[in-house]
Design a protein around this ligand. Structure first.
Ligand code: GLC
Length: 397
């Protein structure tokens, strides 16, 4: 590694396989906004998308080196299957890897920082070749309940060999890796904590409003929400349920199943399918309770923080990073209500506990906001991540 002089910023090249706005990508944009002058970051994406403009608006030089579309969009769930098409897509990686290695070498970064599983693996050879330090930023739990077991195994093996440092988004993610890691909680963006006026309800509706924000997917638990809606409506017949987000990564079939279940249970009139929103803030301001119902442990769960900092009461499945987020300060009670993952009855009881005792829920939400604003500032994330970069590049004081 070329030892950088102390007179210039540490050069970091971030690699991500997607230009779409997933959770890890939103976290990257917020991180970039908060970085200081000691680092000079640029980003290289393996596919185009709205992330490019978001990063440029944050002042980050961003380029796209396109990976074959079929390889870039392979879902986490399907990469474990050995097949002829998989072999073909591996072969397609050869020219891409070569182009990537040449580009990385041309840029001569002190650090190559990878933010997705595909980028983690594809970054190994180019980083070595350019004699850059390699930092993995892992946003996924590397566990068999989250990834195909073969992928998780390969990944754990590689994590112990290739990166010079590993950053993770929670203790929950850290506990799935066999190596030492640094936890950098994703921070919220500027202004996200400034709650606005409550948006009006549709005509003829009085609420309360139960909301859920996230990609529509089996791993997020919209099915559990519409099932819980039945029990909630028995006690609060005017309740409305807002499902914010759209199906992605081939989850249309699941979305159809959720709608059909809402019809079957007679709750469909109370459910609004809001679709994708670029900024969930206004939606959150209209929620009496924000539900996070992932039946599979979530690695972190940024939407929980987004709800907390706007003083919205949270009901969430007791699993993964969300348990850390909702933990009160030592000796103090939790900052939201935890329910059993994948259990719609437990979810319904959690929602009812908030709707039946709004004063108590409000006090808890105010306490949660104070703690979350302190714990999850993007400035703090930037400090932790920059510290890892400087140490990996041999520039730490
Ligand atoms: C990924 C994880 C999510 C986390 C985000 C930011 O999208 O699935 O849990 O909040 O990354 O780290």
């Amino acid at each position: 590694m070329t030892t950088p002089g102390a007179d210039r910023p540490t050069r970091v090249l971030v690699l991500d396989h997607t230009g779409e706005l997933g959770g890890a990508e939103l976290a990257l944009v917020r991180l970039c906004h908060a970085l200081g002058p000691e680092v000079d970051v640029r980003v290289l994406l393996f596919s185009d998308g709205p992330l490019v403009e978001r990063l440029r608006a944050a002042g980050v030089a961003t380029e796209v080196l396109a990976l074959d579309r079929r390889t870039a969009t392979t879902s986490r769930e399907s990469v474990g299957r050995a097949s002829l098409s998989q072999l073909v897509s591996l072969l397609r990686l050869v020219p891409f890897s070569w182009a990537l290695a040449r580009r990385v070498q041309g840029l001569r970064p002190d650090v190559v920082h990878t933010t997705s599983l595909k980028a983690d693996l594809l970054g190994v050879v180019p980083a070595r070749w350019a004699r850059s330090a390699l930092v993995w930023h892992v946003h996924d739990r590397i566990a068999d309940d989250y990834l195909p077991s073969r992928v998780a195994r390969v990944f754990r093996w590689a994590a112990a060999r290739f990166p010079d440092a590993v950053i993770v988004n929670s203790e929950a993610t850290a506990s799935t890796l066999p190596v030492g890691t640094t936890v950098a909680y994703p921070g919220f963006g500027a202004g996200q904590d400034l709650a606005g006026p409550r948006p009006p309800l549709p005509a003829g509706r009085s609420g309360p409003v139960v909301g859920m924000i996230g990609r529509i997917s089996r791993t997020k638990g919209q099915l559990e929400l519409v099932r819980a809606a039945r029990t909630v409506l028995d006690r609060h017949p005017a309740a409305v349920f807002r499902v914010v987000g759209e199906p992605s990564f081939g989850a249309e079939e699941y979305a159809d199943q959720v709608r059909a279940e809402a019809e079957r249970l007679g709750v469909a009139d109370h459910v609004t399918w809001v679709g994708f929103v670029a900024d969930p803030s206004t939606e959150l301001d209209g929620f009496d309770v924000c539900v996070h119902a992932s039946p599979v442990p979530e690695p972190f769960g940024q939407v929980v923080v987004e709800a907390m900092i706007r003083e919205v009461p949270v009901v969430a499945a007791r699993a993964g990073g969300v348990v850390e987020i909702l933990a009160g300060p030592p000796g103090e009670p939790a900052l939201g209500l935890l329910v059993e993952p994948g259990d719609e009855e437990s979810l319904a009881q959690g929602i009812l506990a908030v709707l039946d005792a709004p004063g108590e829920a409000r006090d808890r939400a105010v306490r949660a906001a104070v703690v979350a604003r302190r714990r999850y500032s993007a400035a703090r994330t930037a400090e932790v991540v920059s510290g890892v970069w400087l140490r990996a590049a041999g520039r730490a004081r």
